[in-house]
Design a binder for this molecule. Structure first.
Ligand SMILES: [Zn+2]
Length: 214
């Protein structure tokens, strides 16, 4: 599927799931997982912030789509990027972002923001390669390696998203994710704030249902 310029394919084990959007009804054929990823990419294109992202002077979508990644949606295993290596410019054949969508995922900003953080993480591997600390963590958020970008997506949603896109509870959730991740995914960063331990389950319901469309 390439309607938005990014190829999305499904791992074999989920290729034959029922469709939730159908070409016969004026859309394109999509399974629920595919629909979620497609909706997330369209949502990425809509994100606007009041200050520039810390690793690119482009919009999130402009940066992401410029890397020309392919997305492979998987139901099991791990999220990864390949071929992605240190100093690697966009690979001539295009890098594949192997994204885990373990179950049918409701299309709402809460889930989409979480997914976009992971998507930006894997895409950043195309530019910077592997994690520098023990191969699994970054040193600091500010280094803007893969986890730094991942973390910044959450922070930018929490602090700098243009009003009227997501709800306050979506922003609170993103702030919590950034804080929690800062304490586990970086060898030399810790989240010191204790004021952001908002309820992870608190969220608005389906504030951004995205309909089937081509
Ligand atoms: Zn990574």
């Amino acid at each position: 599927m390439t309607t938005i310029g990014v190829e999305i394919t499904l791992a074999p084990e989920i290729q034959n799931l029922p469709l939730v959007c159908r070409a016969a009804e004026g859309s394109v054929d999509l399974t629920q997982r595919q629909h979620f990823v497609y909706a997330a990419l369209r949502a990425m294109d809509k994100l606007r912030f009041t200050r520039p992202l810390p690793w690119t002077n482009q919009s999130l979508w402009g940066w992401f789509s410029g890397l020309r990644p392919r997305i492979l949606v998987k139901a099991s295993g791990t999220t990864s990027c390949g071929p992605c290596f240190p100093g690697g410019a966009p690979f001539p054949g295009g890098a594949t972002l192997n994204m885990l969508v373990t179950s049918d995922t409701p299309i709402n900003w809460h889930n989409i923001v979480q997914f976009l953080g992971a998507l930006a993480h894997e895409a950043r591997h195309i530019e910077v390669g592997h994690h520098p600390c023990e191969g699994i963590r970054d040193q600091r958020v500010a280094d803007m390696q893969a986890f730094g970008v991942h973390n910044s997506v959450y922070t930018w949603v929490a602090e700098y998203i243009v009003e009227g896109i997501v709800t306050q509870s979506d922003r609170d959730a993103a702030r919590t994710w950034a804080c929690q991740q800062r304490s586990v995914a970086f060898c030399h960063d810790r989240c010191v704030s204790s004021s952001h331990e908002s309820d992870l389950t608190a969220r608005a319901d389906l504030d951004t249902r995205i309909a089937c469309s081509a």
